[in-house]
Design a protein around this ligand. Structure first.
Ligand code: A2P
Length: 305
């Protein structure tokens, strides 16, 4: 079975493996096992975030895998409460990971949050009324102004964004304080959120789009969908393999999450799917309408408009 080991080229010139292991919802122990299994199976791209609270075990697995560091593409992300101090946040992530540098550092959401003066800040702070405590005196352009300086420190090879809409990307790119185009925009994408326009926009700007929740996240309906099951049967593959191979055919990076060893391995298998069938997967949204699985309430910030 051929493995999905293809790469794309970032606007920095660096190569990024097109399939990466997602680790959101993997706790420390699961994260450790998942990353070790994945690296052994041939993955060379691991995606984590400070907010996932698994950087310690993800980093340990990377270090203990025996694979040279330079052969692995590692991404982590800036949490909302540290938008005013991205360099410090990155240093803290590296400390938890036990690594000297990451390959990619992303602004996790375009939304600065208030940093609690005491206690855990790798969580979403809440106002007394239960709403999310946004840092309204700061904005994502100011964050990017600081982030874009980080590649020069050697602590990260590239910087990018996550959960950016076209509108927010336009704001970022047109601001005179922006002198570096993000290398990547990591967003939710799967057949019910195909992101056709955003992919086109990002390609036009030289930004690689990465798809998180490519399998529809934790409570996915895709695995029981008769239409997808029918196509998968034709190729004697799983629905997950169909969705991952479909994602890759669109010229994007795909980040399937699993903590199950067999699924981690099978998710990296290449399946030859006809143009017609790939196209029909992209039409599933016409039948069911758009569905966003990850949609936190950041009001009044206009996240996805
Ligand atoms: P598990 O970790 O137990 O494998 P997404 O990548 O869209 O976030 O989806 C992740 C979800 O899909 C997780 O619940 C994961 O569960 C599950 N999953 C990952 N790979 C497969 C697979 N090949 N078959 C079925 N479920 C999968």
């Amino acid at each position: 079975m051929t493995k999905l080991t293809g790469t794309l080229t970032l606007n920095t010139g660096a190569k990024i493996p097109q399939v990466g292991l997602g680790t959101w919802l993997s706790n420390e122990e699961e994260g450790y096992q998942a990353v070790l299994t994945a690296l052994k199976a041939g993955y060379r791209h691991i995606d984590t975030a400070a907010f996932y609270k698994n950087e310690v075990s993800v980093g340990r697995a990377i270090r203990e895998s025996g694979i040279p560091r330079e052969e692995i593409f590692v991404t982590t992300k800036l949490t909302g409460t540290q938008h005013r101090e991205p360099k410090k946040a990155l240093e803290e992530s590296l400390e938890r990971l036990g690594l000297d540098y990451v390959d990619l550092y992303l602004m996790h959401w375009p939304i600065p949050l208030k940093k609690p003066t005491v206690g855990d800040y790798l969580r979403v702070p809440l106002n007394p009324d239960g709403s999310r405590a946004l840092d309204n005196d700061w904005d994502f352009v100011k964050t990017w102004e600081l982030l874009q300086e980080l590649p020069q420190t050697g602590l990260t090879r590239a910087v990018g964004v996550s959960n950016f809409s076209i509108k927010n990307l336009e704001t970022l790119l047109s601001d005179k304080r922006t002198h570096l185009t993000p290398a990547v925009n990591q967003v939710e994408s799967h057949p019910l959120l195909p992101q056709f326009e955003l992919i086109q926009f990002c390609q036009w700007k030289g930004i690689v789009l990465e798809a998180y929740s490519p399998l529809g996240s934790a409570n996915s309906n895709f695995f029981s969908d008769e239409f997808l099951k029918g196509i998968a049967e034709t190729y004697k593959c799983s629905v997950a393999q169909l969705l991952i191979n479909w994602g890759l055919s669109r010229g994007i990076v795909v980040l399937p999450k699993s903590s199950n060893p067999e699924r981690i391995v099978s998710n990296l298998e290449s399946v030859e799917i006809s143009e017609n069938d790939l196209e029909s997967v992209g039409h599933l949204v016409d039948k069911y309408g758009e569905k966003r699985y990850v949609n936190p309430d950041w009001s009044p910030f206009p996240t996805f408009q």
